[in-house]
Design a protein around this ligand. Structure first.
Ligand SMILES: [Zn+2]
Ligand SMILES: [Zn+2]
Ligand SMILES: [Zn+2]
Length: 323
């Protein structure tokens, strides 16, 4: 059995989301009458909005394939998704109608409602008067007969009833939203394998230095922007260190180093950037200048050693600032 802290250590919002979708093949929305359509990753610490944000982010970065699921109706007045559909007569608007199944008597071609064959006790064709056998009847369509104006029509007009505010509205007045499904892409599968692989070695090496993992891995900086951390650790004094995973499909350029500095400033937490990919020399130079710690390694032991070095030298104190 895994200890609780280790269980938490292996939790990351990105890994949670990608592995859940990979296991199930597809993520579809759930429905709640109170707040509408939402997604759920069981066991994840993300709230509904943050998860939605992360799904969109992963889709725009190519790790998830986002596809239209359907366009649900929303109440034009209170915006609720909790809407019932009912039908009315297209001529007089009455809600009282009868659905009639039309059948054809194949031998003579007579078409009528199923009831028209069953009059006068037996089942005789109203036209050719022959006793009707079930195999000589064919369903040809459906009619709706209005109980108010008595007209029949192949279609009814849909109407909507908002169950929250009670408004009745037509199709023309309806509002629509867009709901998506998510599937993992090849790139997403690659990222999942690589990002999962760093979790155990990192959890071990941080534990050696008295850190425990935090469950929260998507946090807002002072600017209000949400940052996705692969892992977040805290020591007994409460100081934190975040791990940001840069997937192999992303090449770290000098412009990224500057972005990393602003991320560190925004979160006010020292961050270590981990990537399986080799770094260019100019990136290494700039990272040194800004004191940004980028660990490039695809080997768990090497990764542990590099992180161990950072943790034991207490270099994280000055991370992200020119010294
Ligand atoms: Zn009618
Ligand atoms: Zn007939
Ligand atoms: Zn409403």
């Amino acid at each position: 059995m895994e200890k609780t802290t280790e269980g938490v250590a292996l939790k990351s919002s990105v890994v949670d989301v990608l592995s859940y979708i990979a296991d199930r093949g597809i993520l579809k929305p759930k429905f709640n009458p109170e707040y509408g359509y939402y997604y759920e990753i069981p066991g994840s610490s993300l709230d509904r909005e943050t998860l939605m944000e992360l799904l969109d982010e992963l889709a725009s970065e190519g790790y998830l394939d986002r596809r239209l699921y359907f366009k649900p109706v929303r109440c034009p007045s209170c915006r609720s998704y909790d809407v019932s559909v009912f039908y009315v007569c297209p001529y007089c608007g009455s809600r009282d109608f009868e659905k009639q199944v039309l059948v054809e008597h194949i031998p003579c071609g007579y078409i009528g409602t199923i009831e028209s064959f069953q009059r006068n006790g037996g089942t005789r064709c109203p036209r050719c008067r022959v006793e009707v056998k079930p195999e000589t009847l064919r369903k040809v369509g459906v009619w709706f007969r209005c109980m108010n104006c008595d007209r029949a029509s192949p279609n009814l007009t849909p109407m909507h009833l908002c169950k929250r505010c009670g408004l009745e509205f037509t199709l023309n007045d309806a509002d629509f939203d867009v709901i998506y499904t998510y599937r993992i892409t090849r790139l997403g599968e690659r990222r999942l394998i690589d990002e999962r692989a760093i979790h155990r070695p990192l959890a071990d090496v941080f534990k050696e230095h008295g850190y425990v993992p935090e469950a929260r891995s998507r946090i807002r900086g002072v600017s209000g922007v949400a940052h996705t951390l692969s892992m977040l650790f805290r020591d007994s004094s409460g100081s934190k260190v975040g791990i940001v995973f840069i997937p192999a499909d992303k090449k770290i350029g000098v412009e990224n180093v500057v972005k990393f500095v602003s991320e560190i400033t925004d979160l006010e937490i020292p961050l270590i950037f981990v990537t399986p990919r080799e770094l260019d020399d100019n990136v290494k130079k700039l990272a040194n200048y800004y004191n940004v710690k980028i660990v490039s390694s695809s080997d768990p032991e090497e990764l542990k050693n590099k992180i161990r070095e950072l943790l034991s030298k207490d270099v994280l104190r000055h991370v992200g600032s020119v010294t």
